[in-house]
Design a protein around this ligand. Structure first.
Ligand code: AMP
Length: 191
């Protein structure tokens, strides 16, 4: 069983790459952003709770996010492994995930970061915002707030996983195929 965390700033291409990697490595893809958006679209209690945070580009509180993620893992008892996309995003989430997986005699295998320059990413997100319909992609101030959240709360996770010898970084700039190839070189070592 391999459990991978796909790590990277908003717009770095996590979702695009996850779509390829989940098939290639037979993993269940869990994107907390997608799960929140599904709940917002269906106007569930969870969706209502998360909406104002997400629309402003703030992180949703840890407790809500951790419980939601754990529920999704429990819904997939047959999984051969998970591809976590957009989770964890804080140290508290990473610690909760480690503890949760340990309770199932499992662990995170590796964390792979897609690296890219902020200015390129902001332009990518503004472009995506023209068609994604996402409020958090359409306003440069909200986008910049998402980067601030990332730098303050998510970037420290790199050291967290480095200390566990589970951190890998790949260049996220290039064609989709080139980036998939770079990620595969890392993930193949765990097959
Ligand atoms: P994403 O699609 O991964 O860019 O996530 C979109 C938004 O969902 C983020 O800007 C946050 O508001 C929220 N979100 C997604 N994942 C998390 C997480 N692990 N912790 C807190 N908020 C999250």
């Amino acid at each position: 069983m391999i459990n991978i965390v796909l790590f990277g700033k908003p717009g770095a291409g996590k979702g695009t790459q996850a779509d390829f990697l989940k098939h290639k490595y037979n993993l269940v893809h869990l994107s907390t952003g997608d799960i929140f958006r599904f709940n917002m679209k269906n106007d569930t209690e969870l969706g209502k709770l998360a909406k104002s945070y997400i629309d402003n580009g703030d992180l949703v509180p840890d407790e809500v996010t951790i419980n939601m993620l754990q529920d999704e893992v429990e819904k997939n008892p047959q999984a051969k492994g998970f591809l976590f996309d957009g989770f964890p995003r804080t140290i508290a989430q990473a610690e909760a995930l480690d503890k949760f997986l340990a309770g199932k005699n499992q662990e995170i295998t590796a964390t792979v970061a897609l690296e890219a320059n902020d200015e390129i990413l902001v332009q990518r997100l503004l472009e995506r915002g023209k068609t994604s319909g996402r409020a958090d992609d359409q306003d440069e101030e909200k986008i910049r707030n998402r980067y601030q959240e990332y730098n303050e709360k998510t970037a420290p996770l790199m050291d967290y996983y480095k200390a566990q010898h589970k951190f890998y970084a790949v260049d996220g700039i290039g064609t989709i195929e080139e980036v998939t190839e770079r990620l595969s070189l890392v993930l193949d070592t765990f097959q």
